[in-house]
Design a binder for this molecule. Sequence first.
Ligand SMILES: [Cu+2]
Length: 139
Amino acid sequence: MKTFSACLFAALLVPALSFAQASAKFAKNTHDFGTIQQGGDGSTQFEFTNTGKEPLVISNAQGSCGCTVPEWPKEPIMPGKKASIKVKYDTNRVGNFTKTVTVTMNTEPSTETLTITGNVKANETPATEKHEDHSGHGH
Ligand SMILES: [Cu+2]
């Protein structure tokens, strides 16, 4: 009898778990800054709504390199509520850029990729100080 109830319990639990999920609907997942002056404002926000049935928890957000820094809400976002992920690019780096931020959440699929792109225009500086093209750097 014990075995039977354990099986029954498992059978009820498995479908319940697969439904217990949050879902993030992003208003947009790319942002084009266009041309920004060197040292200018390289921040943007990616707004999203939890369209799932469970509180949405972001466990991590990771920029594709050190010059792309995300900030995300640490508290759970309730179903139907909006929140946003802030992404800041280091505009002291001159040139074209395309960077991604990978957001990990309790959703299916569990990651969302946000992309930022733009072109940082150099301030008038001596040519020796100029970085030709940031997009080719390896980190
Ligand atoms: Cu970089």
